[in-house]
Design a protein around this ligand. Structure first.
Ligand SMILES: [Zn+2]
Length: 134
């Protein structure tokens, strides 16, 4: 199911670890609502980064899945408020140089090589990022 033009509920709640370990990773309605915000923010990021495809590595994680992948217990992924993604092989530093958060509650950070993570608390603006990093 498409949430926004380029992001689906399936990709934002897919977990390779869940599939491998047979764990349930079905988001509840409150989480789906949060993923709507994440998708809207990701749509903005995609546009800012030049409208190229973005690969979602990890969006929603159930508590079990989060534990299985070694996430911290308070991870925003468990509420559907985080997304780790890759963009055409760009490193975090490259992404960071091109976009900046527009809201102090929003986080942009490195994950693993080639992957960037965002955390968008409830109430964050859809346009949580703007062009022009540091
Ligand atoms: Zn993350």
């Amino acid at each position: 199911m498409k949430i926004t033009e380029h992001f689906t509920l399936e990709e934002l709640s897919f977990s390779e670890a869940a599939a491998r370990l047979g764990l349930d990773n079905t988001p509840m309605q409150a989480v789906i609502t949060n993923l709507g915000l994440v998708a809207a923010v990701m749509e903005g990021i995609r546009t800012l980064l030049g409208d190229r495809p973005i690969v979602v590595h990890s969006g929603y994680r159930s508590a079990e899945v989060n534990q299985a992948v070694g996430g911290v217990a308070t991870s925003a992924h468990c509420r559907g408020l985080a997304c780790d993604f890759g963009e055409s092989g760009a490193s975090y530093l490259e992404v960071r140089c091109r976009i900046r958060p527009t809201d102090p509650r929003v986080r942009l950070g490195p994950r693993w090589p080639g992957a960037t993570g965002i955390v968008v608390p409830p109430g964050s603006p859809d346009k949580a990022f703007a062009i022009g990093g540091v």
